[in-house]
Design a protein around this ligand. Structure first.
Ligand code: GTP
Ligand code: MG
Length: 138
């Protein structure tokens, strides 16, 4: 079975939606294999978002991710990488489909970077890399 890295981002933790996000993951039938509340640091985020370095939204994105604790989880299940991206909905919460985490719970708050509650790895390569970054002991 597959594993993916899920983050409840600082907006999700601050809005006390961690339980709601984990509930949806578990209700879908996925297993939580690791779970931790933690505050990221700049170095970890630079590696996590390496693909976005140099883009105009990179600095606001890192600042946002440093603005409070996140909940990091390794989630396990058949085709969970694709499955969690589907549960999360598209990047922009304004237009993410109703029924998804971002579509049901997110919106545009007019902040420097769009706040969209959760992160999920986008490929098996990303999942392996990101799990290694956030949970090096796994
Ligand atoms: P993550 O799960 O956080 O990786 O989101 P994603 O995979 O849906 O989006 P992506 O990896 O492309 O971008 C990471 C984050 O950067 C997004 O969640 C947004 O907060 C921000 N972002 C991405 N694209 C844009 C953009 O075109 N403009 C702005 N302002 N922010 C962006
Ligand atoms: Mg991404």
């Amino acid at each position: 079975t597959e594993r993916t890295l899920v983050l409840v981002k600082p907006d999700g933790v601050a809005r006390q939606l961690t339980g709601e996000v984990l509930r949806r993951i578990e209700a879908k039938g996925y297993r939580i294999a690791a779970l931790e509340l933690r505050t990221a640091d700049r170095d970890l985020l630079a590696q996590h978002y390496a693909e976005h370095q140099g883009k105009p939204f990179f600095e606001p994105l890192v600042e946002f991710m440093l603005s409070g604790p996140v909940v990091a989880a390794v989630v396990e299940g058949q085709r969970v990488i694709e499955g969690f991206r589907s549960l999360a909905g598209t990047t922009d919460p304004t237009v993410a489909a109703p029924g998804t985490i971002r579509g049901d719970l997110g919106r545009d708050w007019g902040t420097a970077v769009v706040q969209n509650l959760v992160h999920g790895s986008d490929s098996p390569e990303s999942a392996a890399r990101e799990i290694g970054l956030w949970f090096p002991a796994l």
